[in-house]
Design a protein around this ligand. Structure first.
Ligand code: FMN
Length: 378
């Protein structure tokens, strides 16, 4: 069940798993897929701990890391990192708007120590998303020889990063939501492209996976392998991706409902209760369009009296702190976390192993069914 590119990566099944959770990465990789750890919110020290843990739990198999590498070097922002209290940059109008929603809903404030911990996490996350911060994470990655793939989450990787990863014989990937982005990635020298359709959880564009994947394959002229992302939760869908010419699938949302996922029971229950049309695209989480669970909080930002969205990272800082309050208060009606449209088929907790098994069984069944289609003629 392998395509040339997935065979080259040493996989047994053409399934990539994006997750921020090391347990998911290890479990998918051990089950024959390829786990890619979302690293952008970690400090270099935390990333070292995560990668050391994965190294010890992955049975010697290769895995990957996904990093946001800003292309533009903002020297001023870099110099200010750690010095500025970003809360001071959030307009009072925006803080008051959020406070009013949660106060009207009776959601308590966080205890001081929890608030301080979250502020620290946010500062660390911001540090990793500067050009130097991303390079500090990559320096950690290069100390872990089992990391054989690095993926750029937003935009093409800059030339010095490509050169450094190439020298370490690391396979380089990049996500795209439009064919023209894929062409840019190809020119930057990536080894593969993840074509992510609008169905996906997280930052996502307008074009559906079914339309995007063949467009991207045509745009790169078959020279670069393309992996399909957005909306994959079962084997028949993987067969469809392979039929489109993709060399594998890249899944994110489905792992959130597994035992291995770090989400707590309240958060998982919110996913299991959601229907497909509850996964909506909104800008309130980061300032850019994210597909996420609809809630009273997400909809309040769509109302005519809502303030304008802030640019990243300020909107995200405001929203993350409020999300922590919502989770602590276990208020499902206010909970909005990234989710793809396949959230509608997630109905109860499962395991990574079960997801991988079910996908493979249905993939084989689908391919058998297709092989029996009457092509006509003699
Ligand atoms: C909770 C969550 C967080 C995500 N964060 C990132 C990220 O930091 N970097 C990235 O490249 N993609 C991120 N994504 C997108 C995934 O890489 C992937 O493309 C997407 O989940 C695939 O579609 P699916 O959700 O339908 O499986 C995220 C997705 C989810 C669900």
């Amino acid at each position: 069940m392998l395509t040339p590119f997935t065979r080259k990566l040493g996989m047994d099944v053409p399934i990539f798993a994006f997750s921020h959770c090391r347990d998911v990465i290890a479990a998918v990789t051990k089950a024959g897929g390829f786990g890619v750890l979302g690293a952008s919110t970690f400090s270099p020290e935390q990333l070292e701990v995560e990668l050391a843990w994965i190294d010890a739990h992955v049975g010697g198999r290769p895995y990957g890391v996904d990093v946001i590498i800003p292309v533009k070097y903002d020297a001023e922002a870099e110099a200010e990192f750690g010095k500025t209290d970003l809360h001071d940059l959030i307009p009072d109008e925006h803080k008051a708007f959020m406070e009013r929603i949660l106060a009207d809903e009776g959601v308590p404030q966080l205890p001081d120590e929890e608030r301080a911990r979250i502020a620290q996490e946010i500062a660390v996350g911001r540090g990793a998303m500067t050009p130097d911060g991303a390079r500090r994470l990559l320096a950690v990655v290069l100390r872990h020889p089992l990391v054989r793939v690095v993926v750029s989450a937003l935009g093409a990787p800059p030339p010095d990063v490509v050169k450094q990863l190439r020298a370490a014989d690391i396979t380089i990937g990049a996500l795209c939501g439009k064919a023209k982005h894929a062409v840019r990635h190809q020119a930057a020298g990536v080894d593969f492209i993840v074509a992510q359709g609008t169905e996906a959880g997280g930052h996502t564009g307008d074009i559906s996976t079914l339309v995007l994947v063949p467009q991207v394959i045509d745009a790169v002229g078959g020279a670069v392998p393309v992996i399909a992302a957005g909306g994959f939760a079962r084997g028949s869908q993987i067969a469809a991706a392979l039929a489109l010419g993709a060399q594998g699938v890249w899944c994110g949302t489905i792992w959130l409902g597994t035992e291995e996922s770090e989400l707590n029971a309240f958060e998982k229950a919110a996913y299991f209760a959601a229907d497909t049309d509850d996964a909506v695209r909104r800008r309130c989480r980061t300032g850019k369009t994210v597909r996420m669970l609809r809630s009273k909080l997400s909809e309040a930002w769509e109302a005519p009296d809502a303030p304008a969205y802030l640019d990243p990272p300020l909107q995200g800082i405001l929203f993350n702190e409020m999300t922590a309050r919502v989770v602590r208060a276990e208020r499902r009606d206010l909970y909005s976390f990234p989710a793809g449209q396949i959230v509608g088929v997630m109905t109860g907790e499962t395991t990574v192993k079960q997801v991988m098994y079910d996908m493979q069984v249905e993939l084989v069944e689908t391919l058998e069914r297709l092989s029996k289609i009457d092509l006509g003629g003699e």
